[in-house]
Design a protein around this ligand. Structure first.
Ligand code: ADP
Length: 459
């Protein structure tokens, strides 16, 4: 990853530098070319004007003398030629006796009309001017090659090309070093992460200065590791707790069978042993049912069947199921508000799972109180259906409250009653998958109130 991003950053950086340099170089070259061109035209114009003035206005200078002056001029331009025409289009002066400048009558007319014309003829720059004195109008044409300017431009071109190559090269090298430096913390984090495996989930990534993006990444990653570690821990203890819970009744069954096989027993003794085995087996069946329910409650909401249910029906049906099996249990159901809003009693959920949750809470209320009674109250709060299960039982010791939703946890004062410590954690999970929540308040030897919240759907 580091290499790819690093190379990409370097390339982008070098490309941007190259682009800026190209724009810069092209502008410099264009400005300087145009400056040289116009400077050379103005020198040509000067030349044309001086030649015409000497020939036309200075009496002492004639054709031959002017030629001599032209040829010997110190600051003559390269391959310089000057020709002068009078108003009859007749050539009255030619600095080099040969017709290397092609002058048509059209061009002469154009110069007379526009007073000044500039153009390129091959590598020659040509300037045509209208020169007037008191009596006559002349056309002066001067041409020359800007050798000096061209070589200066060529020089500049090479400097710019070389500068471009060297600067882009440097940009690439510096960009590479810079990108490597900028990405180093990421590769450091990567190296540390690579060391973390399932057996070393306790390791943490260095959080650096704790403020920049990389540090935030490391902090987020560490938090995730913490969650993973505790999830693994829960899983591990769950498996060992489950095995322990399964082993206890199995050991007891094995012990009973071994005792009965040691010698011949009376039919009463066999009866007693079989009853004890039956009780252990029932216990095992109940535990495996709970574990199955827990597995189901751990699944995703999309994997279980969901339909519209009425909370009041769920409560009444569960109450009936429970009191039929445990006739000494007293479950009373109240509606908080006599004019209860009928349209807020419906929810979306899984019938089987919700009944398990309600059954757990009703059963606990009765199981952990000497009166074997629980009070169930139904109300509406905001967008939730709220059901509370209140008993006046043994309560839960303050220290145990924080662990009460952990699987297999049982409070110190509840050990005498039957149970596996799976009911509350199962109920919590069931509410979770129904987008609901659970809260529990309890006071030792006073009573317990468990409240569940499930969102209703308006009908
Ligand atoms: P179980 O009842 O099978 O032990 P639960 O998960 O339902 O498992 O409950 C976990 C523990 O919480 C119980 O062992 C008990 O200590 C405590 N508890 C739950 N409900 C009550 C209650 N209504 N009154 C007193 N203690 C309770």
């Amino acid at each position: 990853m580091n290499r790819n991003i690093g190379t990409r950053l370097t390339m982008q950086f070098a490309l941007i530098v190259a682009l800026i340099l190209t724009i810069f170089s092209v502008s410099i070259y264009t400005f300087s070319a145009s400056y040289h061109k116009s400077e050379f035209y103005s020198r040509l114009k000067d030349k044309a004007r001086t030649t015409a003035r000497l020939l036309i206005e200075v009496k002492e200078v004639d054709y031959e003398l002017l030629k001599v002056i032209d040829r010997n001029a110190i600051n003559a331009l390269h391959n310089e030629k000057v020709v002068i025409y009078d108003f009859r289009n007749e050539q009255i002066y030619n600095s080099i006796d040969e017709d290397s400048i092609h002058v048509s009558t059209d061009l002469l007319d154009k110069i007379r009309l526009e007073k000044e014309v500039q153009y390129f003829q091959g590598e020659y720059q040509v300037v045509g001017l209208l020169y007037t004195d008191r009596y006559n109008r002349f056309v002066v044409i001067a041409s020359a090659i800007d050798k000096f300017g061209n070589s200066k431009l060529e020089n500049l071109q090479w400097i710019l090309i070389l500068g471009f190559i060297i600067s882009t090269g440097f940009a690439f090298l510096f960009g590479r070093a810079y990108a490597d430096r900028a990405l180093k913390p990421i590769s450091n984090v990567l190296k540390q992460v690579e060391k973390i495996s399932i057996s070393s989930l306790n390791l943490r990534v260095n959080e650096g200065n704790g403020t920049d993006e990389i540090a935030r990444l490391a902090i987020t990653f560490n938090k995730m590791l913490e969650r993973l570690e505790s999830a693994f821990e829960v899983q591990r203890s769950f498996v060992s707790n489950a095995s322990h819970e399964l082993r206890t009744p199995l050991t007891s069954i094995k012990g009973n069978i071994e005792v009965s096989l040691m010698k011949q027993r009376s039919s009463e003794e066999y009866d007693e042993i079989l009853h004890s085995i039956l009780e252990d087996t029932q216990n095992l069946i109940e535990l495996s049912n709970r574990l199955l329910d827990l597995a189901k409650a751990n699944s995703d909401i999309s994997e279980i069947s969901i339909r519209k249910l009425r909370i009041d029906e769920l409560l009444w049906e569960t109450r009936e199921w429970l009191t039929n099996r445990k006739s000494d249990y007293k479950v009373s159901i109240h509606f908080n508000d006599p004019a209860f809003p009928e349209n807020k009693l419906t929810l979306l959920g899984n019938d089987h799972l919700l009944k398990i949750a309600i059954l757990n809470l009703m059963d606990n209320g009765c199981k952990y109180s000497s009166q074997k009674a629980v009070d169930v109250t139904l109300s509406i709060e905001g967008e939730y259906i709220v059901v509370s299960f209140t008993d006046e039982g043994i309560g839960i010791p303050g220290d145990d409250l924080k662990n009460i939703f952990h699987p297999f946890f049982r409070a110190g004062n509840a050990r005498k009653m039957a149970g596996h410590g799976l009911g509350l954690s199962l109920t919590d999970k069931i509410l979770n998958i129904h987008k609901g929540k659970i809260s529990l308040v309890s006071e030792l030897n006073v009573g317990t109130k468990v409240t569940i919240f499930i969102p209703y759907i308006s009908i």
